[in-house]
Design a protein around this ligand. Structure first.
Ligand SMILES: Nc1ncnc2c1ncn2[C@@H]1O[C@H](COP(=O)(O)OP(=O)(O)OP(=O)(O)O)[C@@H](O)[C@H]1O
Ligand SMILES: [Mg+2]
Length: 290
């Protein structure tokens, strides 16, 4: 349940690289749009991976204006100047190779954490230009990642099997979520296990991740990754004919879709993971408000 009056916006964020932030952010945006919403995707990662995966390579490298021209004091761009449309029914503010400098310059600006909220997300949502805003964040703590959390007040956290990912989750809780919660409130919408591939009747990193999340963060685990202690007991006793396949599964189609500059559901509409992405979109609608 929501603890505050949140903007209709969500950040996909964790202080760990390569766990699927960009993949899930882009595909969540796509599914929210497919459900009839007007959605804006903002790529705040200077690495620009999500923007490249949507075909904005040239804008990333050579675009005239970037989000810095909206957020920085000497910038003279309006939000509309940095918004691009896509053939998928949602809009994008692409990253740019200059975004690292924007990060540096924000560090020395007044009210540097609220810029994205004040100058972009709030006006666009208030004026009804968009129903939802989704942001992709860098894997490290900084002004851009903080701006995303302050602007959205909702976070969706992807995790992959392995200790490093769980450690990244803990860092995110301690260093990002708790400090912002003290100031303005921040809801965890969902903690999403991603790239699961192994059987969960054996003691492997996939099983450990799924079991750990269900035990400790059960309320944030999406329905397609939820497994209770009794079910684990039955799995271990060999009582289930068919093993559950929790989480977003490891599917090459995710990377292929990226290479073709498309969200998964456009590249491979019949992919079995699309339903899970739809579930995440439904969660955003339910928790953040329709
Ligand atoms: N469920 C999945 N199945 C298969 N491959 C996946 C899946 N999710 C993500 N990937 C692949 O894993 C790689 C890392 O994913 P992604 O770029 O989304 O992570 P990230 O957290 O945004 O990384 P970074 O911190 O570098 O920005 C990409 O090649 C992506 O295609
Ligand atoms: Mg990324």
């Amino acid at each position: 349940m929501s603890t505050n009056t949140n903007p209709r916006a969500v950040s996909v964020s964790i202080l760990k690289g390569g766990v699927g932030k960009s993949t899930i952010a882009v595909n969540l945006t796509d599914r929210l749009a497919a459900r009839g919403n007007d959605v804006l995707f903002i790529d705040l990662d200077p690495n620009g991976h999500a923007s490249m995966g949507l075909g904005f390579k040239e804008v990333y490298r050579d675009g005239d204006e970037d989000i810095g021209d909206v957020l920085l004091d000497d910038g003279d761009a309006a939000p509309a100047d940095v918004i691009h449309s896509t053939e998928f029914g949602f809009d994008v503010v692409p990253s740019s190779k200059g975004l690292e400098k924007v990060e540096d310059r924000l560090r020395n600006s007044m009210f540097s954490d609220v810029r994205l909220r004040r100058d972009m997300v709030e006006p666009l949502l208030d004026e009804g230009v968009y129903d939802y805003v989704v942001t992709d964040s860098p894997a490290y703590r900084g002004k851009l990642a903080d701006n995303a959390l302050v602007a959205t007040q909702n976070i969706l956290i992807p995790l992959t099997p392995g200790n490093e990912s769980l450690a990244g989750f803990e860092r995110t809780l301690e260093r990002q979520i708790k400090p912002i919660r003290k100031q303005i409130g921040l809801d965890i919408l969902s903690v999403v296990p991603n790239r699961i591939s192994n059987r969960i009747d054996q003691r492997n990193s996939d099983r450990i991740l799924i079991e750990d999340l269900n035990e400790n963060f059960g309320e944030f685990v999406p329905e397609f990754a939820r497994i209770g202690p009794e079910t684990f007991d039955r799995i271990d006793d060999g009582e289930l004919d068919e093993l559950p396949k929790p989480g977003i599964r490891d599917r090459r189609a995710f990377t292929k879709a990226f290479g073709e500059n498309m969200p998964l559901a456009h590249y491979d509409p019949n992919n079995d993971q699309v339903a899970h992405l739809d579930t995440l979109a439904a969660t955003v609608e339910e928790e953040v408000g329709e």
